[in-house]
Design a protein around this ligand. Structure first.
Ligand SMILES: [Zn+2]
Length: 602
């Protein structure tokens, strides 16, 4: 008896120690003000691989798996692969963006937006599926997340309960019970999705499988039998609840795994459409070890003569540069800024054109970067101009891009410097979800007016002087939609382009633009969302979509600022110098004993 007690005591001591160790790790990583960072949570969970990027299963494991010879064996492999994916994603906390438009019927244009909603969160895929939000509504307490508020009174405002967590469920068919006990698999046919040959199965839940089971079709690539697309809904909703229909796509962005990338969902007869986009899978989870290996030594030579101290002006510029670098680095680490890339080169070219023709010479070069999010916004910090992915998407041409960039360039030229407070590094210490509460680059109205005036002056002296009609048309199109798109037009870091449903930014350009004419098929005033910039969910890189333009045959095809389904062209991951990477089953993810029901918690 005593021995048992002793043993229990020592076990308890060990547990206390373990708890202490976990707490210390958490404190070391995190300022006390940000206890909610899911990165910390992920890093301290007893998951051995949490801190390291998981490697693809070994070639040996692969060799031991013979190709399946019957459809039953294929189904077994599909189930195993899905469990492997769930395990692979366990330590990851990707960002998920949900943008939803409620639609109304327009006799001429078909379904058009009636109002919209925007959610930005971070998923924690460790035990079940959980998420935390970047956005907080004004006047709401800190601890009160989006889900809680949706569960509390205001859901009546919406036609359905829009629960971001509900959308997040759609990345898997069934997080906990994807197996033969809960589902019937019916082989339908073979089909190509892009370059990838797939086997298509229809899935139906077994009779007593319970509520909220996946019902629909899955596409499985025919080498490793990973699911690459899911299309359907969840069956048997609880009373007074609805499930959206969803079309969920995965991309082979890392060897051996197809990671959830896009989910398009819709309810019924064009009454609502929602785009869900995931990215930031490879964002570092930020343990101390990780950060040591990440330290990058920039070999920029300091060529200031050694005897020379900084003049006050030089010191001021250094200071601003430091603030700028801090902000850019922090935004990228939070998954909100794409790494430097080809899209920046395009933006940079337009900025250069404006600078050269206006004889603008700045002590430091102007750089451009892309914000990874959809809301239409721009801001500048120091000499870096930041434009959102969503805004680049909807701009019809280079002239309108020049308009957008000229406003921020004007702020820089006029010396409307913002953000020098961020040269203090303590101001960079916040959780990723705290970004919008901790960073802000809003100008006062006087500076906004002055920037518009200067921007128009610069545009008129630039190669874009002849292209300002299209920029004006864009503003007109935006004006017709602005009252219905308040979520899309809500800036989170800079100034909004509109105020109370009226376009204010560069609005003068609309006066000289031709009339907006939906029936004029060659007049493209603004594009749908998602048509121009492609965001890589694995490494957050952005690139311009390479797509053949499709002829517009009616006013309904224009769809300015609208949400449309995704249809990515699938291809297999390709490492230069190695053959297409294939994988085999790793040991199954530990069976979760948690709630067996994938029901979005309504
Ligand atoms: Zn501005």
């Amino acid at each position: 008896m005593r021995r048992v007690m002793q043993k229990m005591m020592s076990t308890m001591n060990w547990m206390v120690l373990a708890l202490l160790a976990v707490t210390i790790t958490a404190v070391a990583q995190q300022p006390a003000s940000a206890p909610q960072n899911p990165q910390t949570v992920a890093a301290t969970k007893p998951e051995p691989t949490a801190a390291q990027p998981s490697a693809a299963p070994s070639d040996q494991a692969q060799a031991s798996l013979a190709p399946p010879t019957t459809m039953d064996q294929v189904v077994d492999r599909v189930i195993t692969r899905e469990k492997d994916l769930i395990k692979f994603l366990t330590p990851r906390t990707p960002i998920v963006e949900t943008y939803l438009q409620n639609l109304t019927q327009d006799p001429q244009l078909g379904p058009i937006p009636q109002d919209d909603h925007y959610f930005l969160g971070r998923m924690d895929l460790s035990d079940s599926i959980d998420r935390s939000d970047y956005l907080q509504e004004k006047g709401k307490g800190e601890g009160e997340g989006m889900e809680k508020r949706l569960l509390g009174g205001i859901t009546k405002r919406f036609k359905f309960q829009y629960q971001p967590l509900g959308f997040s469920w759609m990345i898997f068919a069934d997080r906990n019970d994807f197996d033969r006990q809960h589902y019937n698999f019916h082989y339908a046919r073979r089909e190509f999705l892009g370059d990838v040959r797939c086997l298509v199965f229809d899935l139906t839940p077994k009779k007593d499988a319970g509520r909220g089971r996946f019902l629909g079709r899955i596409w499985v690539e025919d080498q490793d039998f990973s699911i690459v697309r899911l299309n359907g809904t969840y069956a048997r909703a609880p009373r007074n609840n609805y499930y959206y229909h969803m079309d969920s796509w995965r991309l082979n962005l890392t060897p051996g795994y197809w990671v959830p990338a896009y989910i398009y969902s819709e309810e019924g007869d064009f009454t609502a459409g929602a785009k869900n986009k995931m990215w930031g899978y490879n964002l570092k989870t930020g343990t101390a070890n990780d950060e040591l290996t990440q330290i990058r030594v920039d070999s920029v030579k300091d060529d200031t003569p050694t005897a020379q101290d900084a003049t006050p002006l030089a010191a001021e510029r250094e200071w601003q540069q430091q603030a700028e670098d801090n902000v850019i680095e922090r935004l990228q680490r939070a998954g909100l800024l794409a790494p430097e890339g080809d899209v920046d080169k395009i933006l940079q070219t337009v900025v250069n054109n404006l600078e050269i023709t206006n004889n603008i010479e700045l002590p430091r070069p102007v750089r451009t970067r892309v914000l990874t999010t959809s809301p239409l916004e721009t801001f500048s910090v120091g000499n870096t101009i930041v434009v959102s992915r969503g805004l680049i998407d909807v701009l019809p041409d280079e002239g309108s891009l020049a308009m957008v960039l000229s406003h921020e360039l004007a702020h820089i030229v006029l010396g409307h410097n913002l953000g020098s407070q961020y040269a203090f590094n303590d101001r960079m210490l916040f959780s990723d979800e705290g970004t919008y509460q901790n960073l802000g680059f809003k100008h006062i109205p006087e500076e906004e007016t002055a920037a518009d005036k200067k921007a128009i002056e610069m545009l008129k002296a630039s190669p874009y002087a002849q292209k300002l009609e299209s920029a004006g048309l864009f503003i007109k199109a935006l004006q017709t939609r602005a009252p219905q798109l308040s979520a899309l037009l809500q800036a989170h870091l800079g100034n909004s382009i509109t105020e109370n449903g009226t376009v204010t930014r560069m609005a003068q350009l609309a006066t000289s633009a031709p009339a907006l004419d939906w029936n004029k098929l060659d007049q493209i005033a603004a594009l749908p969302l998602g048509g121009r910039v492609k965001l890589n969910p694995w490494d957050d890189r952005v690139e311009i979509v390479k797509a053949q333009p499709v002829a517009i045959t009616s006013a309904r095809d224009k769809m300015p600022f609208e949400v449309t389904p995704f249809f990515p062209r699938l291809s297999r991951y390709n490492v230069a110098g190695t053959s297409a990477v294939t994988t085999a089953a790793a040991p199954n993810a530990a069976a979760t004993t948690a709630n067996a029901n994938p029901t979005p918690k309504n």
